[in-house]
Design a protein around this ligand. Structure first.
Ligand SMILES: [Fe+2]
Ligand SMILES: [Fe+2]
Length: 364
């Protein structure tokens, strides 16, 4: 609203109903949560996932006889990950005012950049693509720019939650194939310890990314349930993997991934959407869509927050509150570890709009 109202009208915006948090206060709390989470994340990342794309793997030992389907897949993984600078810079623009989120985006970008280099090494050391071929392919990829799938921060945050989980799933399934566990006849007997380790190492990073963005989205869900559920609904309605429009041989990659049993629409529904929904206290896509529809039917006479109670029927707000509380405990413990708790601790503040256990909103 602010950008379409002349400045002299800003004071005439509807006031926050008594007893509820103002948007400004909610934004401050979410920002504080992100900052604490980012600091915790960085320490943990450096301590437990400080691997190197060249030095952490025995590249010379990589199999030179992998089936062509496997090379197509790892080449596609490389193609997507090598847009890391675009992902980072584009996302940075929408969150640059947030300390926690923009600094995190740099850290995240540095991890995605390692994924690109590790997958490129995998393509090279498979010895089924020449260095010249790789250089030319990379040039083709880099001649295009990845753009944000959505214009605003909340939609992109929701998108990233699903995207990170989908990516993690892709790599875990590649790991299983490289461990000789594929049930597909054309991939039976494939084993490569190096490829298995690369896939696993990157999948662990993707799981950490998923968790970061999930914790962030949960904070939004807790303080801004309606806007957040709407964003989730929009994102799953048009979900596709990043850079699908940019990678020149995407169709072949996608079909190979599907035939290899790595990833497809069913996997998205079952192992991405359902998992993320469970983590967000959302029962199902149907429940989400119906909940939002119901919320819209509730009259909103004067811009006050009458919608509040209806939206809380759409998800398990008790579960989400518990998770946001636990996030704050984790942040507080981290802050205690270096004495920050004494000077500037991150504090959890309840959203008074969240109904209490007897089903009544706190402000009723
Ligand atoms: Fe990645
Ligand atoms: Fe990631």
């Amino acid at each position: 609203m602010a950008d379409i109202m002349p400045p002299n009208m800003l004071n005439e915006r509807p006031r926050t109903p008594a007893g509820l948090l103002s948007n400004q206060e909610k934004d401050r709390l979410i920002e504080r949560g992100f900052l604490g989470l980012y600091r915790w994340y960085t320490a943990r990342s450096q301590e437990t996932r400080n691997w190197n794309p060249d030095q952490s793997f025995d590249w010379r030992a990589m199999s030179k006889t992998l089936p062509p389907e496997i090379i197509t897949v790892i080449q596609g993984f490389f193609a997507v990950e090598q847009y890391a600078p675009d992902f980072t810079s584009q996302l940075m623009h929408v969150v640059r005012r947030s300390h926690g989120r923009s600094h995190f985006q740099l850290r995240w970008g540095s991890e995605e950049e390692k994924h690109a280099d590790a997958w490129e090494n995998a393509v090279l050391f498979s010895e089924q693509r020449s260095p010249e071929w790789i250089a030319e392919y990379k040039e083709r990829l880099r001649s295009q720019v990845w753009e944000l799938p959505f214009p605003d921060a909340i939609h992109n945050l929701a998108y990233t939650v699903f995207q990170e989980r989908a990516t993690q799933l892709n790599y875990l399934n590649m790991m299983k194939i490289a461990q000789g566990k594929s049930e597909k006849p054309h991939l039976a007997g494939v084993t490569d310890a190096v490829l298995a380790k690369v896939s696993q190492t990157i999948a662990v990073d993707e799981a950490a990314h998923y968790n970061f963005f999930l914790e962030g989205l949960r904070m939004y869900l807790y303080y801004y349930p309606e806007r957040t559920l709407e964003s989730i609904k929009n994102v799953i309605g048009q979900f596709s993997m990043p850079a699908a429009q940019l990678v020149p041989d995407w169709q072949e990659f996608y079909e190979t991934v599907y035939r290899a049993g790595i990833y497809g629409p069913r996997d998205f529904n079952r192992d991405v959407m359902q998992i993320a929904f469970r983590n967000l206290g959302i029962e199902s896509r149907k429940a989400l869509e119906e909940g939002i529809k119901k919320t819209r039917e509730v009259p909103d006479f004067d811009g006050a927050n009458h919608k509040t109670t209806a939206i809380f029927d759409t998800f398990d707000y008790g579960q989400v509150e518990g998770d946001v509380r636990r996030l704050h405990v984790k942040i507080q413990e981290y802050e205690k570890s270096f004495g920050m708790d004494r000077l500037d601790p991150t504090v959890f503040v309840e959203n008074p709009a969240v109904p209490k256990k007897d089903g009544q909103a706190a402000d009723d």
